[in-house]
Design a protein around this ligand. Sequence first.
Ligand code: SF4
Length: 174
Amino acid sequence: MFDIIKINLKTGCATIPIQAKSKKEFSVVGNELKNKIKQLFGGRSLHVRQIDAGSCNGCELEISALSNPIYDIERFGIHFVASPRHADVLLVTGPITRQMEPALIKTYEATPEPRIVIATGDCAINCGVYVNSYAVSGPLNTIIPVDVNIPGCPPNPTAILQALLSILDRLPKK
Ligand code: SF4
Protein backbone atom coordinates (compact mmCIF):
# COMPACT_ATOMS: atom_id res chain seq x y z
CA MET A 1 0.00 0.00 0.00
CA PHE A 2 2.83 2.41 0.86
CA ASP A 3 4.34 1.73 -2.58
CA ILE A 4 1.08 2.83 -4.23
CA ILE A 5 0.92 5.98 -2.08
CA LYS A 6 4.55 6.76 -2.98
CA ILE A 7 3.80 6.37 -6.73
CA ASN A 8 0.69 8.56 -6.43
CA LEU A 9 2.61 11.30 -4.61
CA LYS A 10 5.38 11.22 -7.22
CA THR A 11 2.95 11.20 -10.19
CA GLY A 12 0.74 14.05 -8.99
CA CYS A 13 -2.33 15.06 -11.02
CA ALA A 14 -2.48 12.96 -14.20
CA THR A 15 -5.59 14.47 -15.78
CA ILE A 16 -5.38 17.21 -18.39
CA PRO A 17 -6.96 20.49 -17.25
CA ILE A 18 -9.62 21.90 -19.57
CA GLN A 19 -8.09 24.54 -21.88
CA ALA A 20 -9.37 28.07 -21.28
CA LYS A 21 -9.94 28.50 -25.02
CA SER A 22 -12.12 25.39 -25.39
CA LYS A 23 -14.08 26.33 -22.25
CA LYS A 24 -14.79 29.77 -23.75
CA GLU A 25 -15.68 28.28 -27.13
CA PHE A 26 -18.13 25.90 -25.41
CA SER A 27 -19.84 28.80 -23.61
CA VAL A 28 -20.10 30.84 -26.83
CA VAL A 29 -21.76 27.96 -28.71
CA GLY A 30 -23.90 27.17 -25.66
CA ASN A 31 -25.23 30.72 -25.33
CA GLU A 32 -26.05 30.83 -29.03
CA LEU A 33 -27.93 27.57 -28.57
CA LYS A 34 -29.73 28.92 -25.51
CA ASN A 35 -31.04 31.93 -27.47
CA LYS A 36 -32.14 29.69 -30.33
CA ILE A 37 -33.99 27.35 -27.94
CA LYS A 38 -35.71 30.35 -26.32
CA GLN A 39 -36.84 31.58 -29.76
CA LEU A 40 -38.09 28.17 -30.91
CA PHE A 41 -39.60 26.82 -27.69
CA GLY A 42 -40.73 30.05 -26.03
CA GLY A 43 -38.90 29.51 -22.73
CA ARG A 44 -39.10 25.71 -22.72
CA SER A 45 -36.12 23.41 -23.10
CA LEU A 46 -34.73 20.99 -25.69
CA HIS A 47 -35.02 17.34 -24.68
CA VAL A 48 -32.45 14.80 -25.77
CA ARG A 49 -32.67 11.01 -25.51
CA GLN A 50 -29.33 9.25 -25.79
CA ILE A 51 -29.25 5.74 -27.28
CA ASP A 52 -26.24 3.50 -26.96
CA ALA A 53 -26.73 1.14 -29.91
CA GLY A 54 -23.50 -0.79 -29.34
CA SER A 55 -20.78 1.74 -28.54
CA CYS A 56 -17.53 1.11 -26.63
CA ASN A 57 -18.73 3.79 -24.14
CA GLY A 58 -16.08 6.30 -25.25
CA CYS A 59 -18.79 8.45 -26.83
CA GLU A 60 -20.89 8.11 -23.65
CA LEU A 61 -18.01 9.51 -21.58
CA GLU A 62 -18.06 12.68 -23.69
CA ILE A 63 -21.86 12.88 -23.59
CA SER A 64 -21.85 12.41 -19.78
CA ALA A 65 -19.26 15.17 -19.54
CA LEU A 66 -21.86 17.56 -20.96
CA SER A 67 -23.77 17.28 -17.67
CA ASN A 68 -20.79 17.67 -15.34
CA PRO A 69 -20.08 20.92 -13.43
CA ILE A 70 -17.51 22.04 -16.04
CA TYR A 71 -19.75 21.90 -19.11
CA ASP A 72 -23.12 22.01 -17.31
CA ILE A 73 -25.26 21.80 -20.48
CA GLU A 74 -28.52 22.30 -18.55
CA ARG A 75 -27.70 26.00 -18.11
CA PHE A 76 -28.32 26.35 -21.87
CA GLY A 77 -31.78 24.75 -21.68
CA ILE A 78 -30.85 21.24 -22.82
CA HIS A 79 -32.02 18.23 -20.83
CA PHE A 80 -31.34 14.54 -21.18
CA VAL A 81 -34.54 12.54 -20.76
CA ALA A 82 -35.17 8.89 -19.95
CA SER A 83 -38.11 8.35 -22.30
CA PRO A 84 -38.17 8.81 -26.09
CA ARG A 85 -41.77 10.05 -25.70
CA HIS A 86 -40.38 13.21 -24.09
CA ALA A 87 -37.57 13.73 -26.61
CA ASP A 88 -37.03 16.19 -29.47
CA VAL A 89 -33.64 14.74 -30.39
CA LEU A 90 -32.19 11.22 -30.48
CA LEU A 91 -28.43 11.15 -29.93
CA VAL A 92 -27.30 7.73 -31.14
CA THR A 93 -23.84 6.26 -30.52
CA GLY A 94 -22.06 3.11 -31.64
CA PRO A 95 -22.31 0.86 -34.67
CA ILE A 96 -25.83 -0.58 -34.68
CA THR A 97 -25.50 -4.08 -33.28
CA ARG A 98 -27.92 -6.83 -34.28
CA GLN A 99 -29.07 -7.02 -30.65
CA MET A 100 -29.80 -3.30 -30.38
CA GLU A 101 -31.40 -2.78 -33.80
CA PRO A 102 -35.00 -3.70 -32.75
CA ALA A 103 -34.75 -1.51 -29.62
CA LEU A 104 -33.41 1.38 -31.69
CA ILE A 105 -36.29 1.14 -34.18
CA LYS A 106 -38.86 0.96 -31.36
CA THR A 107 -37.29 4.00 -29.67
CA TYR A 108 -37.31 5.93 -32.96
CA GLU A 109 -40.99 5.10 -33.51
CA ALA A 110 -41.86 6.16 -29.95
CA THR A 111 -40.30 9.62 -30.41
CA PRO A 112 -42.83 12.29 -31.42
CA GLU A 113 -42.45 14.16 -34.73
CA PRO A 114 -40.57 16.21 -35.69
CA ARG A 115 -37.76 14.04 -34.34
CA ILE A 116 -34.16 14.84 -35.04
CA VAL A 117 -31.65 12.01 -35.24
CA ILE A 118 -27.94 12.61 -34.68
CA ALA A 119 -25.31 9.98 -35.51
CA THR A 120 -22.75 10.62 -32.78
CA GLY A 121 -19.19 9.40 -33.40
CA ASP A 122 -17.50 7.53 -36.23
CA CYS A 123 -19.12 4.21 -35.29
CA ALA A 124 -22.65 5.53 -35.76
CA ILE A 125 -21.64 7.16 -39.06
CA ASN A 126 -19.74 4.28 -40.70
CA CYS A 127 -19.28 1.55 -38.04
CA GLY A 128 -15.73 2.81 -37.33
CA VAL A 129 -13.45 0.12 -35.96
CA TYR A 130 -16.35 -2.37 -35.91
CA VAL A 131 -16.96 -2.32 -39.67
CA ASN A 132 -17.69 -5.80 -41.09
CA SER A 133 -18.16 -7.28 -37.61
CA TYR A 134 -20.54 -10.26 -37.52
CA ALA A 135 -22.37 -8.58 -34.62
CA VAL A 136 -23.12 -5.33 -36.43
CA SER A 137 -26.19 -4.59 -38.60
CA GLY A 138 -24.70 -1.47 -40.17
CA PRO A 139 -24.26 2.28 -39.73
CA LEU A 140 -27.18 4.29 -38.33
CA ASN A 141 -28.35 5.74 -41.66
CA THR A 142 -29.06 2.24 -42.98
CA ILE A 143 -31.51 1.63 -40.10
CA ILE A 144 -33.29 4.99 -39.52
CA PRO A 145 -33.10 8.41 -41.24
CA VAL A 146 -30.25 10.57 -39.93
CA ASP A 147 -30.34 14.38 -39.82
CA VAL A 148 -26.80 15.18 -38.81
CA ASN A 149 -23.45 13.41 -38.29
CA ILE A 150 -20.90 14.27 -35.62
CA PRO A 151 -17.56 12.72 -36.64
CA GLY A 152 -14.86 11.87 -34.10
CA CYS A 153 -13.76 8.94 -32.01
CA PRO A 154 -15.17 10.16 -29.73
CA PRO A 155 -16.48 13.65 -30.65
CA ASN A 156 -15.78 16.27 -27.98
CA PRO A 157 -18.54 18.10 -26.03
CA THR A 158 -18.20 21.29 -28.11
CA ALA A 159 -18.71 19.32 -31.34
CA ILE A 160 -21.88 17.78 -29.86
CA LEU A 161 -23.19 21.21 -28.86
CA GLN A 162 -22.32 22.60 -32.31
CA ALA A 163 -24.34 19.80 -33.96
CA LEU A 164 -27.37 20.59 -31.78
CA LEU A 165 -27.10 24.23 -32.83
CA SER A 166 -26.85 23.32 -36.51
CA ILE A 167 -30.08 21.31 -36.48
CA LEU A 168 -32.32 23.67 -34.52
CA ASP A 169 -33.16 25.62 -37.67
CA ARG A 170 -34.99 22.54 -38.91
CA LEU A 171 -37.39 22.42 -35.98
CA PRO A 172 -40.72 24.21 -36.36
CA LYS A 173 -41.59 26.69 -33.59
CA LYS A 174 -43.49 24.87 -30.78
S1 SF4 B 1 -16.71 6.37 -32.17
FE1 SF4 B 1 -14.92 5.71 -30.97
S2 SF4 B 1 -15.46 6.27 -28.87
FE2 SF4 B 1 -17.38 6.28 -30.03
S3 SF4 B 1 -18.22 4.21 -29.79
FE3 SF4 B 1 -16.96 4.18 -31.65
S4 SF4 B 1 -14.93 3.45 -30.96
FE4 SF4 B 1 -16.07 4.11 -29.14
